[in-house]
Design a protein around this ligand. Sequence first.
Ligand code: GLY
Length: 351
Amino acid sequence: MNTVHIPASRPYDVQIGPGLLYSLGDRVKALCPRAGRCLVVTDDAVGPLWLRKATHPLCAGDLPFHVYTLPHGEASKTAEQLVALLNCAASLHLTRSDVFLALGGGMVGDLTGLAAATYMRGVDYIQIPTTLLAAIDSSVGGKTAVDLPAGKNLMGAFWQPRHVLCDTDTLRTLPEADFVSGCAELIKTAVLFDPALFDLLAREGRDFDQAAVITRCVEHKRDVVAQDERDTGRRALLNLGHTLGHAAEAHSGFALTHGQAVAIGMATVCRAAGKYGICPPDLPAQVEAILEKFGLPTHTDYPLDALMERMLSDKKRAGNTVNVIVPERIGACAVRPMDRDVLRDFMKAGL
Ligand code: GLY
């Protein structure tokens, strides 16, 4: 088992390794000694696979629990589902000393985290990520949110979990599309911070050592969160590929997975950076090659005007500019504010 300590305003550990679910009861008792009850939140795809394994140690530890199951998929990440979950917690008379457990991917983690942030002005929650994307990114760092009709993650809060328990066995049942989607965020982390990880992924492809690679990514996330927990500076780097990616994802009506959209976004900014002489000329081809090796797309034929409209309404916009993350070399990227015209020319160069 690997442990990464996250030195946030409310510090906690991320544990990564196979078979960790068995220790969930002990973790809850050690970390939340006043917890009378647990509210286990999952979805109808993960629940049938992992709920029994997760709740068995709660039973064994004499920890009463209730299960709340959401329909799977991003469409559940809504204010309505959030309120329904809060109403469930209230109808169970859960108190501030009880604990929420988020068993699932990014949707379950983000929504449960926001419910924990707001129920009685804040209760503890433990993230139990079951997707690669959640393991390396969304379960760590305390960003919680639901989507609004106007855009993704527009209603949210920073609320750090009490603990993250990443049982890598759960990745065995991950559908192929979700695994590949998570790989886009792995590649993103490598392009941002880690030439050695980039080389390893380029060499080994999908056969990488999951616990080791997840640990490496969580260490990078730790460093970013330690420097910029509230996302006012360096944390923006984590949006590499997301400006165009979010636009393409939304334009596709979510037919593109998040990872496919981020892959297209990343490849596009790399090609543009190459054409502008910001990065070495061979970097775009290197990034395209690794994305293709993992079965991820690198191009879109969506019209630039439609993508521009969505990019300009992104919540990451600041005033009249959009912060675009631009690679300078593998392992080093920069945040570049771009106004509408500069952004249009830059993306046009990369599409
Ligand atoms: N997922 C991006 C962040 O945590 O800032």
